[in-house]
Design a protein around this ligand. Structure first.
Ligand SMILES: [Zn+2]
Length: 207
């Protein structure tokens, strides 16, 4: 059983990695982990994700309301987006949102990552659709991504960035699967297009 403090440290580690890789600038991006059905850890708003310590991490309920936060820290302004993912996908235990350059370029250009180019990307990553633009911190983004959640494990946010989610942040780390959480958002241009259907979940109908 991994302690809550260890999970907070792992969130900080993920934050450092996405910052060091240039996937977030300034105070961009947010990370969350599900502890139980109504308890979640999340990064705070208004801080660089590259320099966090466990004391930065906030605890919220399934509605995004604060359970515990140290003075000076408030949950991510995008917490509604994270909570919508957990609500729609009970299998998901970790969510990462970032603004990686290449994926964000596709999101701005309006090009979903659905065409096959390299086999590794097809097998490991699959399709990533684009959710319609929504104003950050409002219900528009959660509503826009909701219809893709059942059928994909990563979504581009139009004119914004990328959102990916997996079954365990710990598992993602320990199995070299940090890529599962991060790479759909970080994949470079050459590998960005992937096979139609390769990563679609069963029962997918085109939207
Ligand atoms: Zn963002």
């Amino acid at each position: 059983m991994v302690s809550e403090y260890e999970i907070k440290k792992q969130i900080c580690e993920i934050g450092k990695r996405i910052y060091d890789r240039g996937m977030v600038a300034a105070n961009d991006g947010n990370i969350s982990v599900k502890l139980s059905d109504n308890v979640f850890l999340c990064t705070p708003t208004g801080v660089s994700k590259g320099f966090m310590t466990p004391e930065y991490i906030c605890k919220v309920d399934a509605e995004g309301r604060v359970i515990q936060a140290n003075p000076g820290f408030k949950p991510s302004s995008e917490i509604k987006m994270h909570m919508r993912v957990y609500k729609e996908r009970p299998d998901v235990k970790a969510v990462v949102h970032a603004h990686p350059m290449y994926a964000t370029a596709f999101a701005i250009a309006g090009i979903p990552l659905t065409q096959p180019i390299m086999p590794e990307a097809v097998i490991a990553l699959g399709c990533v659709p684009i959710a319609e633009y929504g104003t950050p911190s409002t219900d528009e983004i959660p509503n826009a991504v909701a219809k893709y959640l059942q059928n994909f494990d990563a979504v581009l946010l139009a004119n914004h960035g990328a959102l990916s989610y997996g079954d365990s942040l710990i598992k993602c780390l320990s199995q070299n699967g940090i890529g599962r959480v991060l790479r759909p958002a970080a994949v470079p241009f050459q590998t960005a297009r992937r096979a139609q259907g390769a990563f679609q979940r069963p029962g997918y109908q085109a939207v």
